[in-house]
Write a protein that binds this ligand. Structure first.
Ligand code: HEC
Length: 108
């Protein structure tokens, strides 16, 4: 962590505080966390291999929209068994990181 290199107890404490709170999405962390999503969302033509069903494109969508959609699956406001299962273990920070990465992607 870059800021931890700064000297001073106060700075270190502030860094810890900031890194433990839910912060704006980090696309680099999101890229790693999104690797399990790519089996469905990363396939060219956007259809899942088997069973075949259409999967929405996530790249280039607004981060706020993506976080809201993920929360909706997790909470059951949106019904889809595969997506619900995939959201079950994600924290809000995970969702923000993943959304930041997809939002920055403009892959067609
Ligand atoms: C088993 C396949 C599968 C996996 C794995 C999967 N998804 Fe999905 N996802 C879908 C399908 C199918 C839909 C469309 C569901 C519907 O019709 O509501 C969807 C919808 C979404 C949506 C809503 C998109 C929109 O335009 O409204 C988001 C956001 C999303 N997925 C994120 C993720 C993330 C993040 C992961 C990884 C943590 C993930 N998905 C893993 C199949 C998958």
């Amino acid at each position: 962590m870059k800021c931890m290199r700064a000297t001073g107890l106060l700075t270190a404490a502030l860094c810890l505080l900031l890194s433990s709170a839910v912060t704006a999405g980090d696309p680099e962390a999101g890229k790693i966390k999104a690797s399990t999503c790519m089996g469905c969302h990363g396939i060219e033509g956007l259809t899942n291999a088997y069973p075949t069903f259409r999967v929405p494109r996530l790249g280039g969508q607004h981060a706020e929209y993506l976080v809201d959609a993920m929360q909706a699956y997790k909470e059951g406001r949106r019904e889809h068994p595969a997506m619900r299962a995939n959201m079950a273990n994600l924290s809000e920070q995970d969702m923000r990181d993943i959304a930041a990465w997809f939002a920055a992607e403009s892959r067609d």
